[in-house]
Design a protein around this ligand. Sequence first.
Ligand SMILES: *[C@@H]1O[C@H](CO)[C@@H](O)[C@H](O)[C@H]1NC(C)=O
Ligand SMILES: *[C@@H]1O[C@H](CO)[C@@H](O)[C@H](O)[C@H]1NC(C)=O
Length: 376
Amino acid sequence: MGFSALTLSFLLLAFVPHQLHASNHGLFGTKYVTTNVDGICTSSVIVHGYKCQELEVTTKDGYILSLQRIPEGRGEVSGTWTKKQPVIIQHGVLVDGMTWLLNPPEQDLPLILADNGFDVWIANTRGTRYSRRHISLDPSNPAFWNWSWDELVAYDLPAVFDYVFKETGQKINYVGHSLGTLIALASFSEGKLVNQVKSAALLSPIAYLSHMNTALGVVAAKTFVGEFTTLFGLAEFNPRGIPVNAFLHSLCAYPGIDCYDLLTALTAVRDGFLSKFNYVTPTYNYMHYGELFPPIYNLSNIPHDIPIFISYGGKDALSDVHDVVNLLDSLKFHDVDKLSVQFIKDYAHADYIMGINARDIVYNVVLAFFNRPFNI
Ligand SMILES: *[C@@H]1O[C@H](CO)[C@@H](O)[C@H](O)[C@H]1NC(C)=O
Ligand SMILES: *[C@@H]1O[C@H](CO)[C@@H](O)[C@H](O)[C@H]1NC(C)=O
């Protein structure tokens, strides 16, 4: 079988395997294609008394992404026209936009932002529950799953930013969690989105992953069990009551998942660097990139004047403190007044989206950050 807690981390990090690991596509491909679910607006926003629009954005490579817009706060009288600032909220790995709406409404970040005068846009990356469509490919076709998170940088994030920028005519605030921080940092480092972004709040940032192995194991698995539960639709599954090994066992027994194969997928991240997808063999890398190793995203190239807020936790098994220190080191030439950093000793990865005190400890700080009068 060959699975372990570490294996799970590979799965999480590698996100969706590229064609060399195509045997894994069944993880996403089979079960959910037929799942018939209400949209996020209906199930999790409108029920709480907010307006919400379901929208679609098509990427340049043909993926149809769902996007929810919450244009105003609860009970707000439409027509009291003030120009609101847009905020894009980008979820983490293997979850979707719903992940921001799992707590009671007064604790959910999108609703808090809407109540505080922001025009909120919830993104859902390709392959997630609500973004499982393509102009020509069916999700049952392995080609539908033939991408890695590089494509989120190259296609998904730009598509959503372009859409919101066009609709609102304004620069955009961004909130990313986990993978949502990684793809934003990678984009900024390549000079993408930088003309459209007003500021970026990065919660539980993931950029360098060289220390993950040590901190990972059981903790990471536990952290993510809740998120997997959402994804897998196992409502009756109680993550807290089930030992991690049993969970992994059931995960690895899932049709189409080859846990042994997942081991090789970690190579998406080279030690100490944030690099593009590694095709494992130099030959494939060369075919794809014209170089034997995948190129890196050089985070020192992030424009120094983008207002960035980083919040990281001392108990976060995925966003390891040492790796965040590496990230901060690459930002050492950032304009001092444009970079704020928050460290929360007791916070773990999922606390940023599900912590019952996240509103007080994190979201209020994010609001204050967005409301700072940046002169950009
Ligand atoms: C995946 O895309 C690559 C090109 O990037 C292509 O060579 C390969 O055949 C594709 N694999 C599948 C299963 O579609
Ligand atoms: C990243 O960019 C900085 C400045 O542009 C440069 O000094 C550094 O060598 C680069 N790092 C790598 C690993 O290429």
